[in-house]
Design a protein around this ligand. Structure first.
Ligand SMILES: [Zn+2]
Length: 192
């Protein structure tokens, strides 16, 4: 079961305000046309159906932080799933990269109030990273120029394994020991 495999790629500019465009330089692997993606977020997905009559036919994806103080529900399919290797994401996650799944902001509903921290991305855009004030889990990011998107930290999803990445950003900061992923389009940064 995979979701977020490419559709909506053009709508995600990374967490840095960088446009991800077909002509972007790829840092590893041959140049390839990543341009309007046709794959298949509708074709190969698991849709969880609600029990109630109102949302009986709707997608229902849930997630939460480590302690449970922050929970969220998503009622639409993912636009794209991706990894970001930038050093800011390494710092914020305390890990080697950030795995995010992008949804329409209008489909994301959060319960509980997050703290946030603003940084300025390479593009000059601000990035607001939301986290649980109690346990510290990163929850999601917001970028003003992409306010229509909810950039959700995949590890907080109930079933993160359902969303393998189709794109990888900031490979210039990628840790050298990480294995190369198949079927992933790689960018050196976000590229302008
Ligand atoms: Zn928490």
């Amino acid at each position: 079961m995979t979701r977020g495999q490419g559709e909506g790629l053009a709508q995600w500019n990374g967490e840095h305000g960088f446009p991800v465009r077909p002509e972007s330089r790829l840092c590893c692997g041959p140049t390839q046309d990543v341009g309007p993606q046709t794959s298949c977020v509708g074709a190969n997905i698991r849709t969880r159906r609600g029990i109630g009559a109102i949302d009986d036919m709707s997608t229902h994806i849930t997630g939460q932080c480590l302690c449970g103080a922050i929970t969220y529900e998503i009622t639409g399919e993912p636009l794209v799933s991706g990894l970001c290797n930038c050093t800011d994401c390494q710092k914020q996650t305390g890990s080697s990269f950030s795995h995010v799944v992008i949804f329409k902001a209008e489909d994301y509903r959060q319960h509980g109030e997050t703290g946030s921290h603003d940084t300025r991305g390479d593009s000059g855009d601000m990035v607001t990273r939301h986290f649980c004030r109690n346990c510290g889990s990163p929850i999601r990011s917001e970028v003003p120029s992409m306010s229509h998107l909810a950039i959700v930290k995949a590890g907080t999803l109930e079933h993160p394994g359902d969303f393998p990445p189709s794109v990888e950003l900031y490979c210039k900061d990628r840790l050298s020991w990480l294995p190369t992923l198949e079927k992933v389009t790689r960018y050196e940064a976000g590229s302008r």
